[in-house]
Design a binder for this molecule. Sequence first.
Ligand SMILES: [Zn+2]
Length: 221
Amino acid sequence: MMLYLILVVPTIFLGMWAQSKVMGAYKKWSKVGNRRGMTGYDAARIVMERAGIHDVEIVPIRGQLSDHYDPTSKRLALSEQNYHGRSLAAVGIAAHEAGHAIQHATGYSMLKLRMGLVPVTTFASKMLPFVLLGGIFFHMTGLITLGVLAYLVLTIFQLVTLPVEFDASKRAKAQLVNGGILYDEEMEGVNDTLDSAAWTYVAAFIASLANLIYLFLLSRD
Ligand SMILES: [Zn+2]
């Protein structure tokens, strides 16, 4: 119990901190319009066109910050607020997702690795609740070992996600200025939004790693 308090609980707070940071940045910069009046849709389209990508569909979807690029269907999904929005946050996030499309089109190695890890990661996260329930509450040693393996998979996945996310933001920032979508002085809003979002991925990795270490130490008792 003591071990859990020291190792895992702080990472829960770190995750909450990162989440509130990204919500705060989004709230702030989704109110600031960009000077050229570009929508998130415009930004994603321009960034992809400049990279020679013409076979990715851009669609609006429900939900807040539900934006993502789906490599299997080559679909760039933007939350309605970012699809239609003309804020710095909207174009920043849209350009970030376009950054993932560029990674996919150019065969960026870390994205390939991440995509390859998706099936095993999905399996690990689905079995995790049962493994933890049996392992920790009923002290079934075999299940704890299985839990260690599951968290190992999740931690590796979160680790590979980091360069993928940082790289997508880097590509987005470069394209927004070079592509004439934003002025230099508008980049502060984009940097704040995307850098805050990056913290949530760092927090997720640290949380996963803490759980892995915790279960590993538990399995040795
Ligand atoms: Zn991303």
